[in-house]
Ligand binder design. Structure first.
Ligand SMILES: *Cc1c(COP(=O)(O)O)cnc(C)c1O
Length: 372
């Protein structure tokens, strides 16, 4: 008999594929890439990228050179963009695996040019322009240098010019149009290079933001971060944990570390096999009179009480009818009742952080089938 895991992440690859197709449809004739950095947001880069490739996705974005090399092993012909750019002597690895660094500084440009010269061949590149986020990307002065010294890009096959939005989740934010204008102004000097500005939320801002390629990550995994209306995607991820013990707590007794929750009347609690070591944020903890983290048992919401500890969480199940729940039953932490975004919000963070921190302690399983 296989041992049942204490917790499980189930990834619905058919839903993932439907999400990609739905976004690809929405933005056509622009192309739709897949952002699979951080192990496909914690869901497993290999199964996720294989499913996306089979669906027709041809361009992928990762953060690091290591992530890109791992992806190249299973996707021989994909375009793989490396958002970190080039540093620390990884140029020859990038070139050897035919990866596309996203160049964001003149140092990146110089390092990649050295690599192209050394190999005596043209190398693929993407250029990132900062349009107001002040994270990665060429600033105004560097763009002027590139413009005035076209030889800087000699030896590159520039496949994409991109920028990233700061406030795309908020359709009312003025930064969106300001950044779009800045992107247009700066990208102008590369008239024949395909352009990309939007990620999951940016693509919801409308056609003006699609350009030639959109770069969704979170929405592919079912995330709903856009605040204007809902993104046409469905949930992909279910996270469950086992009930280890159901117990009665008497009025006046405390639950959990530091006794932050005290029963005001007799109650029943379920202790489940998930904690912050599994990636369940401690911010979901709740003292008396607070509701933060929520889980669900057979579709019924039950609140977290007391502190989330390393391995365990206590849930107030007093309101559940008898027989609904037993030791060893699965409790939903993320799924049809508790959305990823809600789970993030309830813990004082965002769904992105929840997803990418789900720990290896969870068993992962993949389902596909159904209409893909
Ligand atoms: C992470 C990232 C994306 C994807 O963002 P989502 O909000 O997950 O769609 C796109 N572009 C860049 C530059 C990123 O860093």
């Amino acid at each position: 008999m296989p041992i049942e895991p204490r917790g499980r992440i189930t990834v619905d690859l058919s839903a993932l594929v439907r999400n990609w197709k739905s976004l690809a449809n929405l933005v056509a004739p622009a192309a739709c890439a897949g952002v699979v950095k951080a192990d496909a947001y914690g869901l497993g880069a290999e199964p996720v990228t294989k499913a996306l490739w089979t669906a027709g996705c041809r361009s992928f974005f990762v953060a690091s050179c290591e992530e890109a090399l791992a992806l190249r092993a299973s996707l021989k012909d994909a375009r793989i963009f490396v958002l970190d750019g080039i540093f620390g002597g990884n140029g020859s690895e990038l070139a050897r695996a035919n990866l596309i660094p996203v160049l964001s500084t003149l140092d990146h440009v110089a390092a990649w040019r050295t690599e192209a010269n050394r190999r005596g061949r043209t190398l693929p590149a993407a250029l990132q322009i900062d349009s107001g986020l002040n994270r990665l990307g060429f600033d105004r002065d560097e763009i002027a240098t590139l413009r005035n010294q076209p030889d800087q890009l000699a030896g590159f096959d520039v496949q994409l010019v991109l920028s990233h939005l700061a406030s795309a989740d908020d359709p009312k934010a003025l930064e969106n149009e300001n950044q779009r204008q800045a992107f247009l102004a700066h990208a102008d000097y590369l008239p024949n290079v395909p352009r990309s500005l939007a990620a999951s939320d940016g693509l919801m801002l409308g056609k003006d933001y699609h350009f030639d390629l959109v770069r969704p990550g979170y929405a592919l995994y079912g995330g709903q971060a856009f605040r204007g209306r809902s993104t046409p995607v469905e949930p992909v991820v279910t996270v469950t944990a086992k009930i280890l013990q159901v117990r009665t707590v008497r009025a006046g007794e405390a639950v959990g570390y530091s006794a932050t929750y005290r029963a005001t009347s007799d109650m029943r609690i379920a202790v489940i096999a998930a904690g912050y070591a599994d990636g369940m944020p401690r911010g979901a903890s709740a003292g008396n009179g607070e509701v933060h983290g929520i889980a669900a048992i057979q579709g019924k919401r039950v609140p977290v009480i007391g502190r989330v500890s390393m391995d365990l969480i206590a849930l107030d199940v007093t309101g559940l009818p008898d027989g609904v729940m037993n030791q060893c039953d699965d409790v939903e932490l993320i799924g049809p009742t508790v959305s990823l975004d809600k789970a993030g919000h309830n813990a004082g963070t965002i769904g992105y952080e929840i997803l990418t921190r789900l720990s290896p302690r969870f068993a992962r399983s993949y389902k596909s089938g159904g209409a893909a």
